[in-house]
Design a protein around this ligand. Sequence first.
Ligand code: AMP
Ligand code: ZN
Ligand code: ZN
Length: 422
Amino acid sequence: MKTFAPLLAPVLGALALFSTPTSAKSAEEKSDPVVILVSIDGFREDYLDRGITPHLSALAASGVSAAMRPSFPSKTFPNHWALVTGKVPDRNGIIANAFEDPAHPGEKFTMASDEPYWWDEAEPIWVTAEKAGIRTATMFWPGSNVAWGGTLVKEPWKTIEGGTRPSDWQQFNGAVSPSQRVDAVLDWMRRPAANRPRLVTLYFDQVDTAGHRYGPVDAHTDAAIADVDADIGKLVAGLRELGRATDLIVVADHGMAAVSSERTIALDTVAAPSLYKLGDAGPFAAITPTDGNEQALAAALLKPHDHMQCWRKQDIPARLHYGSNPRIAPFFCLAETGWQIATKRPDKASTGGAHGYDNAAPEMAALFVASGPDFMKRGKLPAFDNVDVAPLLRGLLGLPQSSDSDGNDAPFRDVMKHPRKD
Ligand code: AMP
Ligand code: ZN
Ligand code: ZN
């Protein structure tokens, strides 16, 4: 091998993983590459430019990267579901991290909800793949523990009949360390071809957690970014050691904006609390009028406000693609990026980070990096929407494109190797 400067070691690691000399490959290794979709929750696109991510930067250098636009609202569950279904939250049914549904009175969707009916408005890629006979495995991903398409039976106790899950999946548990998550994926990759997954998801939450607590520009957040980069390095090294040809796609669900208690819109100064019931609040507010108060609430909300704009759901600007789903509350207010909507002025001063804002805000732009035998080395691509990721995955897995997707694979057509020359 030629000699290279030590600084290039991570780059070479990535290249070595993805380009084992043909003569050294067994027949098994020549089979289609494994597709690993990694989500680093809250990894804002420009974190990649901080000089603290040697492994992610090496992947970007050996393939492609982009500032990816999240779907609106720029929250965790709506966007993870958009990434794997190719549909915006208004059409994929996961319209927020917390919401209600008029079709299921008295029930609330939370991040722990696994009843299939919350999730059945859009089919995730692992279900499409499993139905096509492609084995999948998920090391966490919102919705991946759901028996998709199954039926909830409430009596004599809650059970779910039928439905499709990944062949291997894990119940979300924040206590499973990032390194253990990587080990689980590598264990799957160690399996013989017959029961080795072809599509894998992997999820990390510590960058989002640090971003909320300390804000996007803070040494603690940088430390979390560097830690997760080391986990990516461990994954790449492990795959290389196993000789698994892999298309690695690393994404985030949204970015992060700095917030402060100084930048709060107190709703009690806008409308009398008796006029409404508040759903989700923060970067946006989902508001339902109390009985008989629709007109009074409309009069209070639908006028100009500092740092916030409110609409009836049907009047939300078309570019946000949000407002037609029955799960969306009748009134919707969106804060200016960096501001937060709360019931009242906070008692205590605080700073940190938040997301959920306008998906076109630069602070909400999300990481996208892809590298592997199917990707050319093309550097930074123009920005694209995160609903384009599911069509990309379909292409990589040889699944037909859906005619009912909000995205398409156009952003990637010129950077894919067709046919692959590996
Ligand atoms: P957010 O409130 O939008 O910042 O959501 C991020 C949080 O979602 C993370 O800190 C995780 O604790 C949580 N989370 C991520 N995936 C799951 C899951 N599959 N089930 C339950 N909670 C999750
Ligand atoms: Zn998130
Ligand atoms: Zn978050």
